[in-house]
Design a protein around this ligand. Structure first.
Ligand code: COA
Ligand code: AMP
Length: 624
């Protein structure tokens, strides 16, 4: 089937397209309708249907005689550990964790927060929640206690499952003290924690509240998968919004299973039994979709890699993993490849490994610069495919489709829309822009299966965030253009989100932290270009008149505050003191203009600027 045929098949009859895909999933009760949508742009996929996502990921493959096939390969250069888990073994771990959750009072619909490093118990914990119909809330390890507390307050978990520590190159990150602090900060009180003790750094457990996860796995009963509604949430994943309050993206069981399974073949061309590797973290959407659910739904082997592209131990780690585990298709963020290219510009490390089985390299998470794509293609000698993604969608909005006869890859473009997505490029008046002109990228409603249709217990915020700007469309908050061949290029965010090392960060949230400093009158945090991370945040700070604290100390304190309140993942390492911030006459800070000045890029002086002289002052402060 070619891309055009498949896309048109969807466009001509979306319900029949998704109905067919849904037959690849095991349903306990068939759905009443494929799609139910209302005038007010609410929609439900497969209402009336019942299924269990964990059953579709594990039990079904065992029942089909594949229990001894590898489900998960844990490769951890950071600890020196390597271990494979068959479908039987992964199910065993999963069902025991589910049993322990049940024993501690977790029921269908309850939330379980998971704050863990990249270890097999993290994957099994997610699947355990799915097995019992509990809703998992995974929080990335690089977030500080304050961020964790925000997520505890919003999701109100009955149990938290955490690791005693994470391991970063050259340092151990003790998770347990951060967890204790978060529980202390949170208004919602959590009474039960399961802690996985890593031998490198065992945590002190609080009697009566904390339980050793391994002991629970050893002693619990297994439980059977429960039937959940197609529209019941499988998970909540918090992602940066424009303020300090993260958005709790809700993923529903039915649509998610259908779209993710379909995407494994359509987008990545993966067959059951093949090895897929997403070098991401389970704390991000890519980790949810393509370390855990997608590969397992499709009966593939998934690689869980606890390491970095470089330094664990060298720039050949990715190629070692691909070669050693016979990876067919890999997915990473361009920043990882830029790190490798920086350390190994001539691709010498690549030559050391047999990459015979490796078919394709997929990229997403940030704009893939053509130089990195070309370097990777040249040295790996496989197609390098950029595709466009959001936490909100859970799978690719656009790409080049390995399962639909890859078409011409255009470096710099994220490809054509996935079947299921009608993407348009709009101007401020909701009119389509001519081909090649930059505008707001939006997706016609209803969104396809897997895409969130609400935020956790906040439908209204979902509407104001995504649906109100362009009536009838989902606003992606990405700016870009569509060329005459229908290829989509994603150029920048239209809000104050930045993509730093493939991580989605809110500069607004950083400004909120900076504003708490007693000596700061006002501030702006902007994303500027960075050769390795794509973008990094920089603070521009105006101090109160009469402040006696030195500029150096204020800057140091702000860096410390962001690290403490948001986490090291924010990569906030630089701030500049300025006399004033450039603003429009209505008082809006001209953040894009500041970023252009910093990056030495040409920019138009906005006609609405209050005082153009401030731009000169900003340039002087940067050059100081
Ligand atoms: N737990 C605790 N801390 C973490 C963490 C985790 N899981 N992940 C990152 N951090 C910390 C890092 O140790 C670092 O701390 P530091 O300021 O004390 O040095 C900080 O957060 C920033 O980390 P990072 O942004 O990863 O930068 P880096 O310089 O350590 O590494 C790269 C740069 C490019 C190698 C790395 O960002 C990378 O591998 N990126 C790929 C990202 C990715 O897979 N994204 C998923 C989307 S597909
Ligand atoms: P996240 O929700 O963390 O996956 O981040 C989503 C955002 O990352 C998108 O809104 C884009 O801004 C950016 N992004 C993801 N994939 C791409 C891509 N292939 N090209 C450009 N930007 C991308």
């Amino acid at each position: 089937m070619s891309y055009d045929e498949e896309y048109n098949k969807w466009k001509n009859n979306p319900n029949s397209f998704w109905e067919k895909k849904a037959t690849n999933i095991h349903w306990i009760k068939k759905w009443d309708k494929v799609l139910e949508s209302t005038e007010t742009h609410s929609w439900n996929w497969f209402p009336g249907g019942q299924l269990n996502t964990c059953y579709n990921c594990l039990d079904i493959h065992i029942e089909n005689g594949n229990g001894n096939k590898k489900a998960l390969i844990y490769d951890s250069p950071i600890t020196g550990l390597k271990k494979s888990y068959t479908y039987n073994e992964l199910l065993h771990k999963t069902t025991k964790i589910a049993g322990a959750l049940k024993q501690h009072g977790v029921n269908k619909g309850d939330r379980v927060l998971i704050y863990m490093p990249m270890i097999p118990e993290a994957v099994a914990s997610m699947l355990a929640c799915a097995r019992m119909g509990a809703i998992h809330v995974v929080v990335f390890g690089g977030f500080a206690p304050n961020e964790l507390a925000t997520r505890i307050n919003d999701s109100k978990p009955k149990v938290i499952i955490a690791g005693s520590c994470g391991i970063e190159p050259g340092k151990i990150i003790e998770y347990k003290p951060m967890l204790d602090k978060a529980i202390e900060l949170a208004k919602f009180k959590v009474n039960i924690c399961f802690i996985y003790q890593r031998s490198i750094c065992e945590a002190k457990l609080i009697y009566g509240r904390d339980f050793n996860l391994q002991n629970l796995i050893d002693s619990s009963n297994s439980i059977e998968p429960v039937a959940v509604k197609s529209t019941d949430p499988l998970y909540i994943l918090y992602t940066s919004g424009t303020t300090g309050d993260p958005k709790g993206m809700v993923r529903e069981n039915g649509g998610h299973a259908v779209a993710l399974k379909a995407s494994m073949e359509m987008v990545y061309g993966m067959k059951p039994g093949e090895v897929f590797w997403a070098a991401s973290d389970i704390g991000w959407v890519v980790g949810h979709s393509y370390i855990v659910y997608g590969p397992l739904l499709n009966g593939c082997t998934s690689v869980l890699y606890e390491g970095k592209p470089t330094g664990t131990p060298d720039a050949g780690s990715f190629w070692r993993v691909i070669s050693e585990h016979n990876v067919s298709v890999m997915f990473t963020a361009p920043t990882g490849l830029r790190a490798i290219k920086r350390d190994d510009p001539n691709g010498e490390e690549i030559k050391k490994y047999n990459l015979e089985k490796f078919r394709m390299q997929f990229l997403a998470g940030e704009r893939a610069d053509p130089t990195t794509i070309e370097w990777t293609e040249k040295h790996l000698n496989v197609p390098v495919i950029d595709h466009w993604w959001q936490t909100e969608t859970g799978w690719a909005i656009a790409g080049n489709f390995a399962g639909l006869g890859l078409f011409k890859v255009k470096p710099g473009s994220t490809g054509k829309p996935s079947p299921g997505f009608e993407v348009v490029c709009l101007d401020n008046n909701n009119k389509e822009k001519p081909n090649g002109e930059i505008g707001s990228l939006a997706i016609k409603l209803p969104l396809p299966p897997s895409c969130s249709s609400t935020l956790w217990q906040d439908k209204e915020r979902y509407k104001t965030s995504y649906l109100n700007e362009f009536p009838g469309y989902y606003s992606s908050a990405d700016a870009g253009y569509i060329d005459q061949d229908g290829y989509i290029s994603v150029m920048a965010r239209t809000d104050d989100i930045i993509n730093c090392a493939g991580h989605r960060l809110s500069t607004g949230a950083m400004e909120e932290v900076l504003s708490k400093h007693n000596d700061i009158a006002e501030c702006a945090v902007v994303g500027v270009d960075d050769e390795l991370k794509g973008q990094i945040p920089i603070g521009f700070i105006v101090v109160n008149s009469g402040t006696v604290t030195s500029n150096e100390i204020i800057i140091k304190e702000t860096i410390h505050m962001v690290r403490n309140e948001i986490g090291p993942v924010a990569s906030f390492r630089k701030a500049i003191i300025v006399k004033r911030l450039p603003k429009t006459r209505s008082g809006k800070i001209l953040r894009n203009t500041i970023a252009s000045i910093f990056d030495n890029k040409p920019f138009k002086i906005p006609g609405t600027i209050d005082d153009p002289n401030i731009l000169v002052e900003i340039k002087d402060s940067i050059n100081k």
